[in-house]
Design a protein around this ligand. Structure first.
Ligand code: TMP
Length: 203
């Protein structure tokens, strides 16, 4: 089964992943936890460029780098794991591109569709979307220290991203689980864990 985790900035993805990792290791369920951008050695180099706040990238250049990272990720990590019946959870995936580059950077959906179609990407079985107000997310991000190239964007960029994610999740309830990130980390973990286990048991 292929799971993805999505959300804006500071919504608590890392905290949730750490709790899930610990649980699935303890239960000895064959699971890999991975992320975008930056899961492969090639992707790590692309991530450094993408997050570098000292450079400016055209929105399409940014998209090409993200898609290059995704293709390496899918070919080298995700597809081999899925073929081996190992469950995969990716911290960010395809929906991030439609949210950040589509809604955020305002690249048309038709343009993104055309760039993405030839990549032949697997579709997640379940996507967990952690939802939090942009203001609350930023309070948390600022506590972490310096802002990266994405975090430096204006507030409306992130508001468009949140609206996009919420619409997408509400329009695709069979794939999405929305969790309110104002809940405490252990509650969020319980909700996510139960949904993941249900999906695994259904298959
Ligand atoms: P992270 O902070 O979740 O590790 O992600 C790094 C940044 O990359 C985050 O600000 C969102 C951005 N991103 C995109 O803009 N489009 C994408 O397709 C992906 C995967 C990430």
């Amino acid at each position: 089964m292929f799971f993805t985790l999505e959300g804006g900035e500071g919504v608590g993805k890392s905290t949730l992943i750490n709790l899930l990792k610990k649980y699935f290791i303890e239960k000895e369920i064959d699971f890999i936890f991975t992320r975008e951008p930056g899961a492969t050695p090639e992707g790590k180099k692309l991530r450094n460029i993408l997050l570098d706040k000292t450079i400016e990238l055209d929105s399409l250049s940014e998209t090409f780098l993200l898609l290059a990272d995704r293709l390496e990720h899918v070919k080298k990590i995700i597809n081999p794991a899925l073929r081996n019946n190992t469950h995969v959870l990716s911290d960010r995936y395809l929906d991030s591109t439609y949210a950040y580059q589509g809604a955020g950077r305002k690249i048309k959906t038709e343009v993104l569709d055309k760039l993405i179609e030839p990549l032949d990407l697997p579709i997640p079985d379940l996507t967990i979307y952690l939802d939090l107000s942009v203001e609350e997310g930023f309070k948390r991000v600022r506590k972490r220290g310096e802002l990266d190239r994405f975090e430096k964007q204006e507030i409306n960029f992130f508001k468009r991203i949140r609206t996009f994610y919420l619409n997408l999740a509400n329009e695709n309830p069979e794939r999405f689980l929305i969790i309110d990130s104002n809940k405490n980390p252990s509650e969020i973990f319980e909700i996510a864990k139960i949904s993941i286990l249900n999906k695994i048991n259904e298959s």
